[in-house]
Design a protein around this ligand. Structure first.
Ligand SMILES: [Zn+2]
Length: 270
């Protein structure tokens, strides 16, 4: 592999920067490209910014709580205005987040599944592109890594075009793809084949929880899927193909100009 001297090294400080997103593919970038090429390119070109929504802010807060006391205190310090009301009490979403954190802390199995080195970054060249990943917990001594996910209901089902059937939130949000790619990047980068787990916790009135493992047969499907989709994504990202808009995301809606009608039956397949 060749490295260009002018390239900046990937660090936790620049991990989420546009520059690093240009240099590397990541699972979230891949998912964004599959959703909408036009939005992805507009972001990479600096035409649009991406804002954290409420659910993402709450997710970061919960993540920070399990990363370390320092990370949690730092997050609270930097986000005081979104966490606290004027009267000093927390907004409902963050009250709920505290309950979710408590739920996990009271469960020794869930806590064990989250032991390891936090927010570890790895890179590897796979399917012809450089990937970057940042893993919630890596525990090479025991042989696993894990990612914490908050969701509405762990038993909720979704219709999936990708899997052509009913799926759980894990497939719906492409967490199988994420864990498969993490596993492969870690393997390529360290030589260790670690077992992925998702630690899931819900936002229900009484939070539910589960530690989820993966049948090995699931990984190959995701690798084939990534390889298949990546060819087009790389072409678009390199400027060798025109990005296509999904027609449904905020970016596409903001650019939308009507020039005709749509038949009723097309609405749910568009
Ligand atoms: Zn779009």
């Amino acid at each position: 592999m060749t490295a260009t001297v002018s390239k900046q090294p990937l660090t936790s400080a620049n991990y989420y920067s546009r520059e690093m997103d240009m240099q590397y593919m990541s699972v979230s970038q891949f998912k964004k490209f599959v959703e909408c090429e036009a939005e992805s390119m507009a972001y990479l070109n600096g035409e649009i910014e991406r804002q954290q929504n409420k659910a993402m802010q709450v997710g970061s807060y919960i993540h920070a709580a399990f990363e370390s006391d320092d990370a949690f205190n730092q997050y609270i310090k930097e986000n005081t205005d979104i966490i606290f009301k004027k009267n000093g009490s927390k907004y409902a979403d963050f009250e709920k987040a505290d309950q979710i954190i408590e739920t996990l802390k009271e469960d020794s199995f869930a806590m064990f599944a989250m032991t390891g080195e936090k927010e570890r970054i790895y890179t590897a060249n796979l399917f012809g592109v450089d990937w970057k990943i940042k893993v919630d917990n890596v525990n090479p001594e025991v042989g696993f890594f894990s990612d914490l996910k908050t969701t509405r209901d762990i038993h909720q089902r979704f219709w999936s075009n990708k899997y052509e059937g009913w799926v759980s939130f894990v497939e719906q949000w492409d967490y199988v793809l994420q864990m498969s790619m993490y596993r492969k990047v870690i393997e390529e980068s360290t030589g260790l084949t670690l077992t992925p787990y998702i630690v899931a916790v819900t936002k229900e009135d009484i939070p539910n929880k589960a530690v989820i493992h993966f049948d090995e047969s699931r990984f190959q499907f995701e690798y084939e899927y990534v390889e298949l989709m990546l060819e087009r994504i790389v072409q678009v990202k390199n400027g060798d193909a025109e990005p296509i808009g999904c027609g449904k995301c905020d970016y596409c809606k903001s650019k939308k100009k009507l020039n005709g009608t749509i038949e009723v039956g097309e609405l749910i397949y568009a």
